[in-house]
Design a protein around this ligand. Structure first.
Ligand code: FRU
Length: 480
């Protein structure tokens, strides 16, 4: 057994000592991806290989806090039912000894390649004293990975450009013709976020191509987890900028994730684009990554948690989860829309209407609203006073998610603009034991949040102001 395999084995043994606790947690999610125990952040290596979806994730198997990153791994045939796989990567080499940071996966010659960032701390200040390099690991069966002997495959940033030497991470790789490309998260020396583009013929030797995009002065100090893909005739750069200042109802999450929609010129390797737009307006959505489904849909998954947020499940030996897989597309105004994949309908039990107790399942409410209407929905209501409030104001056309009384855990309010379409508003709300994902008008806007009510808090109410109507209220409990 080599060093890497030993590190994996040791981590796996430790996870078993916490599994029961984590799985018995009353907040444990029923149909979202979580760890067997302990900490998770970003989705990594979202891909298809040998007829299955593969999703890896940033995993700290030794505690419910962030620490030296491993890669956890799950697979699925349908994006709905996920099977736990052995830990795929563990820090074990001089170049990744303090963490196998985020990255991606791609099939080549019948093998699954992972490209990830090796992280090394070179001193006590984790913002300044670090060295990040790009590495490869390869697997024949898609389950057991060997680190490439020639690692790191990118060990330095290109010289002579305004590129910070060490904040250099999160490779997302894809293929076009005979060329592999990858984008990498970066910053300038005076702290503007940017994305670097590289190319390779074989995934092992990489050549710097261009600084593909860079933030304007003061927009963000670092762009993490970039992903570039074609979508309905445009190119979309999806990434997670850190340090964006709130503006009105925008950029209110602790950190943001969003897109630049534009055109990547394949000759000059420049990218012209529109303004940055948020992917989700809730509280807990970060570091999304995409893959293509075999039938050509672009599917994204994000970390359903947030840096610097309270995570009450830590007391039960776990932390963090993935959002539902969401299909993305462009609307007529080149806005990115997203909605949970249709495969999730497989989870639906018998449809209910009337007196509802929505808990683990999907709720769909349709409104017919006058221009001055207020619609209000109370979810996860408890006798102890708990409630999560969704409110729509037809005058301002703002949808508001209020989790101040949602239970233990972080509070707060988020809002987003949802235009009323011919007086109609449809909300699809996916609820799990400690999460809520709200989709307005089937993907126009979404709001995602962790909430921590008591299991008994399953009361529900919906009302609208006079002269407006609730056209329908349907609920599907989900099989977990
Ligand atoms: C994003 C991130 C990445 C990094 C990883 C470390 O959430 O900060 O940039 O690779 O998490 O876990």
């Amino acid at each position: 057994m080599n060093k890497h395999q030993k590190a994996i084995e040791k981590a796996a043994e430790f996870v078993e000592t916490k599994r029961d606790n984590a799985q018995k947690s009353p907040w444990q999610l029923a149909y979202h991806i979580t760890t067997p125990a302990n900490w998770m952040n970003d989705p990594n290596g979202f891909s298809t290989f040998n007829g299955k979806y593969h999703l890896f994730y940033q995993f700290h198997p030794y505690s419910p806090e962030w620490g030296p990153m491993h890669w956890g791994h799950v697979t699925s045939k349908d994006l709905v039912h996920w099977e736990e796989q052995p830990i795929a990567l563990a820090p074990s080499e001089a170049y990744d000894v303090d963490g196998c940071f985020s990255g991606s996966a791609i099939e080549k010659d019948g093998m699954l390649y992972l490209m990830y960032t090796g992280n090394v701390w070179t001193g006590p200040d984790h913002d300044k004293d670090l060295k990040q390099v790009q590495c490869i690991a390869v697997s024949e069966d898609g389950i057991h990975f060997e680190k490439y002997e020639g690692n790191p495959v990118i060990s330095e940033v290109p010289a002579g450009l305004d590129i910070h030497p060490y904040h250099f991470r999160d490779p997302k790789v894809w293929q076009e013709g005979n060329t592999y490309y990858c984008v990498l998260g970066s910053r300038t020396n005076d702290q503007q976020g940017q994305v670097l583009l590289y190319q390779s013929a074989d995934l092992l030797e990489w050549e710097f191509v261009s600084v593909l995009a860079r933030g304007e002065d003061g927009f963000s100090f670092m762009w993490e987890c970039p992903d570039l893909f074609e979508l309905d005739g445009k190119d979309v750069l999806l990434f997670s900028p850190q340090g964006v200042k709130p503006r009105g109802d925008y950029f209110k999450n602790l950190h943001q994730a969003g897109t630049l929609v534009g055109d990547w010129d394949r000759t000059s390797h420049t990218f012209t684009h529109d303004d940055f737009t948020m992917m989700d307006y809730g509280f807990d959505y970060y570091a999304p990554q995409s893959t293509l489904s075999p039938d050509g849909r672009r599917i994204t998954i994000a970390w359903m948690a947030m840096w610097e947020s309270q995570m009450p499940e830590q007391e039960h030996d776990w932390a963090g989860a993935m959002t539902l897989p969401r299909e993305v597309w462009l609307d007529a105004e080149n806005q990115v829309r997203s909605y949970p994949v249709r495969e999730l309908e497989a989870l639906r039990g018998e449809m209910q209407t009337g007196d509802l107790k929505p808990y683990i399942g999907e709720l769909q409410v349709e409104f017919d609203l006058k221009k001055t209407a207020i619609a209000e929905m109370l979810l996860r209501v408890g006798e102890n006073g708990e409630k999560t409030i969704l409110r729509y104001d037809a005058i301002t056309e703002k949808l508001e998610l209020n989790r101040y009384n949602s239970g233990v855990g972080p509070g707060g309010i988020r809002r987003c603009h949802v235009p009323l379409r011919d007086g109609k508003l449809t909300l699809n709300i996916f609820m799990d034991r400690s999460s809520i994902e709200v989709f307005a008008n089937r993907g126009e806007k979404s709001m995602t949040a962790r909430i921590y009510p008591a299991a008994e808090s399953t009361g529900f109410d919906v009302k609208v102001s006079a002269e407006s109507t609730i056209s329908s209220v349907l609920y599907w409990p989900f099989h977990s």
